[in-house]
Design a protein. Sequence first.
Length: 392
Amino acid sequence: MPVAAPITQDVLTIPRKPPEGPVNLVGLTREGLRAALIAHGTPEKQARMRASQIWQWLYWWGVRDFETMTNLSKAYRAELAENFVIAIPELVDRQISADGTRKYLVRIRGGHEVEVVYIPEEDRGTLCISSQVGCTLTCSFCHTGTQKLVRNLSAAEIIGQIMMARDDLDEWPRRGEGAGERPRRLSNVVLMGMGEPLYNFDNVRDAMRIAMDGEGISLSRRRITLSTSGVVPEIARTAREIGCMLAVSFHATTDEVRDRLVPINRKWNLAALLDALREYPRLSNSERITFEYVMLKDVNDSDADARRLVQLIRGIPAKINLIPFNEWPGAPFERSDWERIERFADIVHKAGYASPIRTPRGEDIMAACGQLKSASERARNARRQDGAAPAP
Ligand code: SAH
Ligand code: SF4
């Protein structure tokens, strides 16, 4: 298990406070990296070149110490080591499910813990990352929603989740190896972990731009999917400033039911949400939007719901992802019966939309959608009960 350097300081996300310790280079935009180098004595004329060299070490090669940056002079490397650190969240626990799903527990500044899930498939692998600790929203079927917002993750902590997983999957290129020589194990990223990404817009944007940068991790924008509960004013900005694929937690076909399931609907209702979604493919030049629809028994799973759904989204290029509800202790809902889910999928499919049913992955390690909070809390409680020291 790789051990990351301890988290120190993250300048960009706390701009009002001058950095007390060394500055973390991870998570800075290209421009931010250049500015940080200049602020610490790199001559302006050289800064762009140095920033580009360091960028490649960080994000192409996955290097974590300045000594390895052999195209920089020894003296300059020593200067960097004095002023900067390269820090990503610390991996504290890894569980591997019978189906190959990996759940990582990572610790971030302040001792908070966040879960990251890797889901391998035959020809690709998807990493589900978090954007906040907890969530300010309170969707009634989501366990994360019962946990108060602790704080936004910094750009370093968001891109750091991807870097941590690439460490674990041995995904960084080896010296002498050409691009694309080995198939990618981590080929897709979904922002579907804890938190509402559009309530942490700037950090999510900066982190995703790092992930997409061609001189680094080089994930295509079509392989990144951001899921939102429907923060309408930020949807057009997502198209313009990130340009990734969009998923929306739709979950209901009337305002009455959606108000109850996804309370942000009281602020931006179905009509407002659908207007924003209609614009998204054009603004972002992407093909289609994923509508996530959690299947809750006798709440939103009737034939009439399925028909209303296809009526509502008419004209929007879309895929409907049906998610069987994942139960958690004390949840006020039940999962729809399998026949019901299939019948719902069939109606949507016959109306011309792809309607895959999301197979729950990693259930044995509580890694499925909406189960994330319980898993870490359970681990914490177990540690407490054992009287054992916290995980190393
Ligand atoms: N906050 C964002 C992204 C995180 S949630 C959002 O709401 O879109 C990722 C997906 O999992 C969302 O579609 C969410 O509605 C769904 N989800 C949450 N709890 C769930 C549960 N218990 N069972 C199944 N899906 C759930
Ligand atoms: Fe927050 Fe998304 Fe859960 Fe709603 S579904 S509470 S927005 S994480």
